[in-house]
Design a protein around this ligand. Structure first.
Ligand code: ADP
Ligand code: MG
Length: 593
């Protein structure tokens, strides 16, 4: 009957789960389905032991007449009915303790399985999004990505995986009991099917679409609620200065309220099966009444008929309830499955062997062309020039001329469509990426700082105990930060706060420089803030250009020409093309007119 109930959703879901899980997880899942089945059978059988014990209690003759009871009585050498009853009561208690212990154990295995799958899926989601690359993170709302990594795997594990396992096992229980009834009494079986099948079907149909929309809406709402909060937190200063506190508060609360309403509705809908199933059970009893009175030739059997129906319903109805709940859970979380299915879900980080890049002589840009997918014109066009090792190159050009794009190509965040970058004559290809990145460092317009100590920010991503303090100090010294670091309450151990709130623009820039120096980068790229340029930042960059050793090759994007006075050569970009190459003096002269 569940097959009709679930229409295609069950088979469809199993097929999709099968595609998503790793082989080891599938094996563990199958084993769990099997154990859950055994568990529910034990539950049914355990419950059934109540019947003979009740009969023995109410009717002492039953013990002697029933072959098994008699056997047990003889075996224990019982002297009286009451001592036998004490024995039965204790045995019954033990059976129920065991039965519920086993159920609890199976619940534990289920949740352990679910959370392991969820953790692994979260890991795979992380890798999936991470491998989408640079532009994905620049162009996508981070709240969506975070939600898809943090929440979706859990929704899937508890809402779909466990629901499916429960669905299968409850279906088996119902089939088991209904089959037993069919063996004993065919007309009762027919009565049960006539009552329960259409009503279960009706309840499911009534709720399924609403549950699906609720689930889908909920995931969208979660992510937009987060992103509203993010805006309010990160935009604190702007929110306040523009007197928009109410607007931001309302925007957040509206979404939170819709989210909570959805939660409430979902809870309400989940109550429907248990409430309506009781009514259906009474309906069943009424039908049996009518049937025996109108069509049966033996109305005296009415009582036993109803008793069996009630006993069956006692176990079948909760099962139906759980079956419907499982089905509703699947419906409600199908959206999570869809998100996990978007794009290939990798099993692990693609490991790229580090092919070392030899850089002794030169970096050559040869006919380099790159166009953003959404753009009509290339951001970098047929650009060619060669840089000798140790040269310090300035890059100028109006905003939008392609300077940052060019540097992102050099850093291999973007890959050219035509031409290439040649290091000592060898073209950079995907397998060179990790090797090349060991040589190149990047000081961004807006240096990314972690909410961690100064030394951790310098030795970025290195575990605490592996940080080379000697190198941190010398990097800080070269970046003119050591004296500042020494004024901090805990020196280089001082936490610098999320977004480096306690630092000036120049100090942030210097931390970026120290980071590049810590890793001993051979090639350094500076992208100076084009707008809000402060003297301190400019000073930091100018100083490092001057101070860095001969061997290091520098690319410096500068807004203010004076930043570049120590550069060997300055190139000018316009509309993605290279339009000039000057010495500092030549540039000054040409700009002066
Ligand atoms: P610059 O650093 O010289 O100011 P950019 O390299 O940032 O210039 O930008 C070059 C051109 O590419 C600009 O026209 C800009 O609008 C465009 N652009 C930059 N990033 C993207 C992107 N992610 N998608 C589409 N176009 C982009
Ligand atoms: Mg730029």
């Amino acid at each position: 009957m569940g097959k009709r109930l679930g229409d295609n959703v069950l088979f469809d879901t199993i097929r999709r789960i099968n595609k998503l899980l790793l082989p080891a997880e599938k094996r563990r899942g199958l084993r769990l389905v099997f154990l859950t089945l055994i568990g529910v059978m034990i539950d049914v059988v355990g419950l059934a032991t109540l019947v003979p014990v009740m009969m023995a209690a109410t009717n002492p003759k039953f013990v002697r007449r029933n072959e098994y009871m008699n056997w047990l009585y003889e075996l224990g050498n019982f002297e009286s009915h009451s001592s036998f009853m004490i024995f039965l009561a204790v045995a019954l208690l033990l059976v129920f303790i065991a039965k519920n212990g086993i159920t609890l154990l199976i619940n534990y295995w289920q949740s352990r399985f679910a959370f392991r799958v969820a953790t692994n899926l979260a890991r795979r989601q992380y890798i999936k999004y991470y491998e989408r690359g640079f532009l994905y993170f620049k162009e996508t709302n981070s709240a969506d990505t975070i939600n898809n990594i943090v929440n979706i795997p859990n929704f899937f594990a508890s809402g779909i995986l466990i629901s499916t396992i429960n669905f299968i096992s409850e279906l088996a229980v119902i089939a088991f009991i209904v089959a037993a009834i069919a063996l004993v009494n065919v007309s009762l079986f027919v009565a049960l099917v006539i009552v329960l099948l259409p009503s279960g079907f009706a309840i499911y149909n009534l709720t399924k679409n609403k549950l699906y929309t609720l689930g889908k809406e909920m995931i969208e709402l979660k992510s937009s609620t987060y992103s509203r909060l993010n805006q309010a937190i990160f935009g604190y200063v702007d929110v306040k200065l523009n007197n928009k506190e109410h607007h931001f508060l309302d925007a957040y609360v509206t979404r939170q309220s819709r989210l909570n309403t959805n939660n409430m509705l979902k809870f309400l809908i989940s109550l429907i099966p248990s409430r309506s199933l009781e009514i259906i059970a009474v309906l069943g009893i009424m039908i049996i009444f009518l049937y025996t009175f109108l069509f049966s030739d033996r109305p005296d059997r009415l009582f036993s008929f109803i008793a069996v129906f009630a006993a069956a319903a006692f176990r079948v109805l909760p099962s139906m309830n759980r079956l419907l709940a499982a089905l509703m859970g699947i419906r409600n979380h199908l959206f999570a499955l869809q998100i996990l299915e978007e794009g290939d879900l990798p099993t692990g980080m693609t490991y790229r062997e580090v092919v070392p890049v030899r850089f002794k002589k030169s970096i050559e840009f040869r006919d380099l062309t790159f166009q953003y997918e959404s753009a009509n014109l290339p951001a970098v066009q047929e650009l060619s020039f060669t840089v000798q090792k140790g040269e310090k190159i300035g890059i100028v050009g109006e905003s939008g001329s392609g300077k940052t794009t060019l540097m992102n190509i050099l850093l291999r965040f973007l890959v050219e469509q035509e031409g290439g970058i040649y290091i000592d004559g060898v073209q950079l290809s995907p397998e060179h990426k990790p090797g090349w990145r060991e040589l190149i460092g990047y000081v961004q317009q807006n240096v990314f700082l972690m909410d961690a100590s100064l030394k951790e920010n310098v030795a970025f991503g290195t575990p605490q105990n592996e940080i080379n303090l000697e190198r941190v100090r010398s990097a800080l010294k070269q970046a003119s930060l050591l004296s500042f670091a020494e004024t901090l309450p805990q020196g280089i151990e001082t936490r610098i706060g999320e977004q480096g709130a306690m630092l000036s623009g120049g100090q942030r820039q210097r931390i970026g420089i120290a980071r590049a120096l810590y890793w001993n980068s051979q090639v350094l790229v500076f992208d100076e803030a084009t707008s809000a340029l402060d003297m301190d930042t400019e000073q930091a960059i100018t100083e490092s250009i001057e101070a860095l050793s001969e061997g290091q090759t520098l690319f410096v994007i500068a807004h203010r020409i004076t930043t570049l006075r120590h550069c060997d050569r300055i190139i000018e970009m316009k509309n993605g093309r290279l339009v000039g190459s000057y010495t500092y003096e030549e540039l000054i002269r040409s700009k002066m007119g």
